[in-house]
Write a protein that binds this ligand. Structure first.
Ligand code: F6P
Length: 326
């Protein structure tokens, strides 16, 4: 049976490239003569019946814009059976036959439950800066976030060098260290603290001592927000200050600036590919999957695996960072 209507929503933390993927979904629907309905503010929009028709021209001028034109939310109501029942009532009312969810693991969990409860086909596009989904080497927005972090820390480095300072820079990533590890290598960090590897205070102290011995006058330590070396980055900096009272230490938390901005070329191409394939998958009757990328090729993984499977940080990058911080 030919699909006539597809719904699309963006959910959870926004990420650069969500708009690009949205544009690709809308235009692939139009190309295949399918009506595309945009759900405003994620799953909450399904409950509130905040749903609008998206045509080819509705998505003009957004390929380069950060954020999401459909707005995003983390819906508490959708976590309840009652909330999902209301959402499904609206799905039926609008004749939506398949749903494309652009978001992270929380959004995929909601999408999967919705599919299992009501039989509505769901396909996920991994939109998150954290790169923490199994089944894709890159999530949408990760590359842009890395470049944003790199540019921000490059600027911090100017001050670090001018004032002989030690900077602790906290980056996002929730429980994953991908942003920290990759940006840390790109900015030449003295040490990179990630939740996946615990070098402990001693490991950090040894590294800083070695850097002093090698006549380093300033350093940057990149700390993933999920790292547990200190209670938080400020506590960690205080502990190091007690051990090295002569160091002039500063802390910088980059925060939400990492989620914004115009997507990089990589994320625009990735978002476009993922949007096209997501629609084509629903047309083919292939759902309950997340669209990913591996070695430049588009791949798919079951939503279950994408959520449950753990991503690993690259041990080769860890080894390389150790050589670089000599
Ligand atoms: O998942 C994206 C992310 O930015 C994480 O890196 C971070 O832990 C979290 O969202 C922050 O969430 P909020 O915007 O709700 O503060």
């Amino acid at each position: 049976m030919k699909i006539k209507k597809i719904g699309v929503l963006t959910s959870g933390g926004d990420s650069p490239g969500m708009n690009t993927a949205l544009r690709a979904v809308v235009r692939t629907c139009a190309y295949n003569k399918i009506e595309c309905l945009g759900v405003v503010r994620g799953f909450q929009g399904l409950i509130n019946d905040d749903i609008k028709v998206l045509k080819t021209r509705s998505v003009r001028g957004i390929i380069n814009r950060g954020g999401t034109m459909l707005y995003s939310a983390r819906s508490e109501e959708f976590r309840t059976k009652e909330g999902r029942k209301t959402a499904f009532k609206n799905v039926k009312k609008h004749g939506i036959e398949g749903l494309i969810v652009i978001g992270g693991d929380g959004s995929f969990t909601g999408g999967l439950i919705f599919q299992e409860e009501f039989g509505i086909p769901v396909v996920g596009i991994p939109g998150t800066i954290d790169n923490d989904l199994y089944g894709t080497t890159h999530t949408l927005g990760y590359d842009t976030a890395l470049n944003t972090v790199m540019e921000a820390i490059d600027k911090i480095r100017d001050t670090a060098i001018s004032h002989d300072r030690l900077f602790f820079v906290e980056v996002m990533g929730r429980d994953a260290g991908h942003i920290a590890l990759n940006s840390g290598i790109a900015i030449g960090a003295q040490e990179i603290l990630v939740p996946e590897l615990n070098i402990g205070i001693k490991g950090l102290v040894d590294s800083l001592k070695a850097s002093k011995k090698n006549h380093k006058t300033s350093s940057i330590v990149v700390v993933a927000e999920g790292d547990k070396t200190g209670t938080n980055v400020f506590d960690l900096a205080r502990k190091i200050e007690e051990i090295f009272p002569k160091y002039e230490i500063r802390v910088s938390v980059l925060g939400h600036m990492q989620r914004g901005g115009s997507p990089t070329c990589f994320d625009r191409v990735l978002g476009t590919k993922m949007g096209v394939i997501a629609v084509e998958s629903i047309i083919k009757g292939d759902y309950g999957i997340m669209i990913g990328i591996d070695n430049g090729k588009i791949v798919s993984t079951s939503l279950k695996k994408a959520i449950k499977g753990k991503t690993k940080i690259d041990p080769e990058l860890v080894r390389i960072s150790k050589i670089m911080n000599i």
